[in-house]
Design a protein around this ligand. Structure first.
Ligand SMILES: *[C@@H]1O[C@H](CO)[C@@H](O)[C@H](O)[C@H]1NC(C)=O
Ligand SMILES: *[C@@H]1O[C@H](CO)[C@@H](O)[C@H](O)[C@H]1NC(C)=O
Ligand SMILES: *[C@@H]1O[C@H](CO)[C@@H](O)[C@H](O)[C@H]1NC(C)=O
Ligand SMILES: *[C@@H]1O[C@H](CO)[C@@H](O)[C@H](O)[C@H]1NC(C)=O
Length: 298
């Protein structure tokens, strides 16, 4: 072999070597986590199903930035999914969830007016120009908190095992679950209170329970608020695909993880927030919507 071909062979081997290393390392990039994605990857790393879209997703011309605000576990991802199905326009997020980005939400981490709405779980930003309007998605705290607990344990579509509700941390007498409910309920109430009382832009309040029950008219109300028109076919396609891959299949749990005290606290917080919604609606001359407190599971 000539010197020249030996040299070429060596070069090829080196390139091959590095290609293999990069290939082997690449799943690690996908596994980087943020707080809000921690559960999801357990599911996505196994390779989740991919999403079939009614039309190719695209950005829209630059317009006002509309926040999609919710407490974690309140159906934010599902509503983003429905909006993308019906409009073909991507929805953004103030977070970078790598799992969501590879499974149907390519505009993760996009926060400007080229996306339909921008997901956030945070209080209204100090900078008043960040969002011009907001869709506030409210779910009963009992279901939101349980969904979030399930997500932290099992990813976006699983359910936490019974043992996860009984586990006690070392230094505390109470269970992780009890602490979680109390902390989450405070956060749930304060998020809604801050948006309903501090945000200077227009707010459309959407109840998750209404979105589930009357998906089409509720989706239409959101589109009207966003000044976005869609055809009948667009709407039928979105509704035909309403389930998507991001809804946790409701498994009937054979036990109720909430105590009587928890129910009381949840319902009180829920009532206070709905009084705020009623006040907001009165002040802005909107029709008041209201949901009943959910009955304990039997
Ligand atoms: C998110 O977007 C910002 C601003 O566009 C950019 O600087 C940052 O690198 C992005 N983060 C990730 C993880 O891609
Ligand atoms: C929708 O149009 C109305 C009337 O032109 C405007 O006041 C409002 O800000 C628009 N909303 C959004 C989200 O673009
Ligand atoms: C709602 O408005 C009424 C009358 O303005 C006020 O008395 C009440 O405290 C308000 N409720 C909340 C929860 O802010
Ligand atoms: C409130 O809405 C009603 C019915 O849409 C309308 O007749 C009334 O003038 C509005 N009031 C204000 C203060 O905008």
């Amino acid at each position: 072999m000539s010197r020249r071909s030996l040299f070429l062979l060596a070069g090829t081997l080196v390139v091959l070597h590095f290609t293999i290393i990069v290939f082997m390392l690449s799943p690690l990039h996908g596994a980087r986590r943020t707080f809000y994605t921690s559960g999801y990857h357990r599911y996505s790393m196994r390779g989740g199903p991919s999403v079939a879209w009614c039309k190719d997703l695209h950005f829209k011309p630059l317009g006002p930035v509309v926040a999609l605000v919710s407490h974690p576990g309140s159906g934010n991802t599902w509503l983003r999914y429905l909006l993308q199905q019906v409009t073909g326009i991507m929805t953004g997020s103030i977070y970078m969830d790598y799992g969501l980005r590879t499974h149907g939400f390519p505009a993760e981490n996009v926060t400007d007016g080229t996306v339909l709405v921008v997901k956030t779980h945070e209080a209204p930003p100090v900078h008043p120009d960040k969002f011009q309007a907001a869709v506030l998605l409210i779910r009963h705290p009992k279901d939101a908190i349980l969904a979030e607990y399930n997500r932290l344990h099992k990813g976006h579509i699983g359910t936490a095992p019974k043992s996860a509700f009984k586990r006690k941390s070392h230094e505390h007498k109470t269970t992780d679950w009890v602490k979680f409910v109390s902390y989450q309920l405070t956060a749930w109430e304060s998020l809604h209170e801050l948006w309903l009382t501090r945000f200077p832009g227009k707010i459309l309040v959407i109840l998750y329970e209404t979105l589930v029950r009357d998906t089409e008219p509720t989706l239409q109300r959101i589109l009207d608020f966003l000044n976005h028109t869609v055809t009948k076919d667009d709407m039928s396609c979105a509704i035909a695909n309403r389930e998507g891959i991001y809804r946790r299949r409701k498994k009937l749990q054979d036990f109720d993880p909430f105590t009587a005290d928890m129910y009381q606290a949840l319902d009180r917080a829920h009532d206070r927030v709905h009084n705020l919604v009623a006040n907001y609606s009165r002040k802005h001359n909107l029709t008041v919507t209201r949901v009943e407190n959910v009955a304990p599971m039997t």
